[in-house]
Each structure stands twice: as C-alpha cells, then as structure tokens.
Design a protein around this ligand. Structure first.
Ligand code: GLV
Length: 321
C-alpha cells in the first residue's frame, strides 16, 4: 500500500467478505476482540485514522474526534446514532453515516416475536416444560390473550414502526400511531393518528419505535405507564432509555400492566433485577437486527459509506448532510 492509503479503525469484527472489501482501498485496524473497545483505547487507536466504523454502543464524543484529528468519516453499523455527537462531528467537517432501511424488516420481525411471546407466554411455557413444571395437559394451563380484535399502539411512526403496523391486520388487530415531536416519519394516514395519551389509554399492545433523544428519554415513565390498560403489554425494540426501567418494574409489581417484551435496556448488558425474575416479561439481548442477512447488509453499507467518503464521493446514507 502507498503512504496515501487511507486508514480505518473498525471497533468490532465484521463479516470477512466485508472487511476484505474495505481492505481493497484502505488499511484496516480491526479491534478483533468480542469485548467493547474501552473509551481510552478507542481514543488512542483512532489517532491518525481517516475513517472509523463503530457500533451503536461505542460512545463517539468530541474527545474521540479530537484524538482522531484526521477523521473524515464515522460510520455506525446501526440505524440509531444517539451514541455519536453529530453536532461535534459536523463542526469538525466529519461525515457521519448510519445504516437505515436494511434492518427495518428484521427489527419488525423481532417486535412481533416479542408481542407473541408475551401475549402467548412462550418464554414462560418453554421454561415450564424444561423445568418439569408441566405435569400434563390441563384445560386452563398457560392461558394467554389473543391478538384478534385488539389494538396495537405504535409510538414512533418511522420506517420500523410502520413495518410493524403493516403486519397487524394479518392478526386481526387495528393499529393506531402516535407521532411525537422529535420522532421521524409520519403516520400512514390521518385517521390512524391519536395522541400519545389516547394511544396509551386504549391500546392492548404498545410498541416503541423511537430514536433516543432528549424528548424521548424516559417517555415511558410512571405517569405514562399508569395510563396503560391493566391488560396491556409494552414492547420496546428501540432504545432502552426510552423506558424508565425502574418505573416499568414498579408498574409490573403494581399490576398496572400485564407484561413486557424488551430487546433493549437502559444500561446494557445490565437489566433491572426485578425484570429478570418476572415470568410476564420476555427479555432478548438487543438482537433486533441480528439476522445473518441484515447484519451482513449493515456492515456492507457502513463499509460502502466509508469507502465512498474517503474516495471523495458522497456517502450513501449520511446523517449530517
Ligand atoms: C441497533 O440498535 C440499531 O440502531 O441499528
């Protein structure tokens, strides 16, 4: 490689075909461990790099950008970019990119997996069989609740929220959307839009599809949880801090809601201890986009963005213009 070959730090192992593609035009410094790259190590390794490919859980603040004073592009392998100080990047002329669209289907699928797991008690039933607690078929063992005729309330009518809503009619559900300030996307049609308050009061399943920002942090709190039907469940496949986990544990303890399906948490990988012990809560480890197809496509798009920017072309999916 010549001296002018751009260098790129990659904070997590990506599929080898994608890394090979990056290596065709860039020198790659790969953090190959399965652990997070600690912030000070990230700052040390980003020094002198032209590009950075990071994950949603790498904190990319101004100190990383100051350490990486040659950076021209930061590409996150995620749709959410709340971990990146985009304003600081813009001020330094650094292009920030994300991976929208390609993970919509996978995340919508996982959302439905959680909805069905909670309403039909799939996790609890699996545990009962494995532990020997199933003594034989009885008429009223593990009764769940049915989706047909119920209302799905989607908070956040962006791509993923709409993809989740598109499936609801197949289960005989009606769908309402609550669009909030600071939330991207518009609801598909006016008659399906209700206030957040009305959505919480009337929905049987409330599903969150919001970016994390100051206006959505702890949007679901003691007050909003108390608005929900006692028979309703809460699903979150967006960002953990949209839900005040302490308040959720309280609402479940007080039986203010019937259950929850959570793929994301306030302080990953830590989960509120009371949620861990509850049978009416289904927990998955932030796997919304975790299909072979989608993760490969996300990595490919991040690499494409880096190669394009470092090659003097525009990024395909920039978040800062
Ligand atoms: C994952 O959480 C993402 O934002 O893509």
């Amino acid at each position: 490689m010549t001296k002018t070959t751009p260098t790129v730090l990659v904070t997590r192992r990506l599929p080898s075909a994608v890394l090979d593609q990056l290596a065709q035009s860039c020198a790659v410094d790969l953090h190959a461990g399965t652990d997070d790259l600690p912030h000070d190590a990230l700052c040390a390794r980003v020094h002198g790099k032209d590009g950075l490919i990071c994950m949603f859980n790498d904190r990319i603040d101004a100190s990383v950008m100051d350490a990486g004073d040659s950076l021209r592009v930061i590409a996150t392998v995620a749709v959410g970019f709340d971990n990146i100080d985009v304003e600081a990047a813009t001020a330094r002329g650094i292009v920030v990119t994300n991976t929208p669209d390609i993970l919509t289907g996978a995340t919508a699928e996982l959302t439905w997996a959680l909805i069905l797991s909670v309403t039909r008690r799939v996790g609890e039933a699996d545990r009962a069989v494995r532990s020997g607690a199933w003594a034989g078929w009885t008429f009223d063992f593990m009764l769940g609740s049915e989706l047909r005729g119920k209302q799905l309330g989607i908070v956040g009518a962006g791509r993923i929220g709409r993809a989740v809503g598109a499936v609801a009619s197949a289960f005989g559900m009606r769908t309402v959307f609550a669009a909030k300030p600071g939330v991207t996307g518009n609801a598909p049609s006016d008659e399906e839009v209700v206030s957040l308050d009305e959505l919480l009061l009337t929905s049987d399943v409330v599903s969150l599809h919001l970016p994390l920002n100051p206006s959505t942090r702890h949007l679901i709190n003691r007050r909003t949880l108390a608005r929900m039907k006692r028979s309703a469940c809460l699903i979150n496949t967006s960002r953990g801090p949209v839900v005040d986990e302490e308040a959720l544990a309280w609402a479940l303890d007080e039986r203010l809601i019937a259950g929850a399906g959570l793929d994301v948490f306030e302080d990953e990988p830590h989960v509120h201890p009371s949620l861990l012990t509850r049978e009416n809560v289904c927990l998955t480890p932030h796997i919304g986009s975790a299909t072979r197809e989608t993760r490969g496509a996300m990595a490919g798009l991040a690499v494409r963005n880096v190669v394009d920017v470092l090659g003097g072309r525009g990024a395909l999916t920039p978040v800062n213009g």
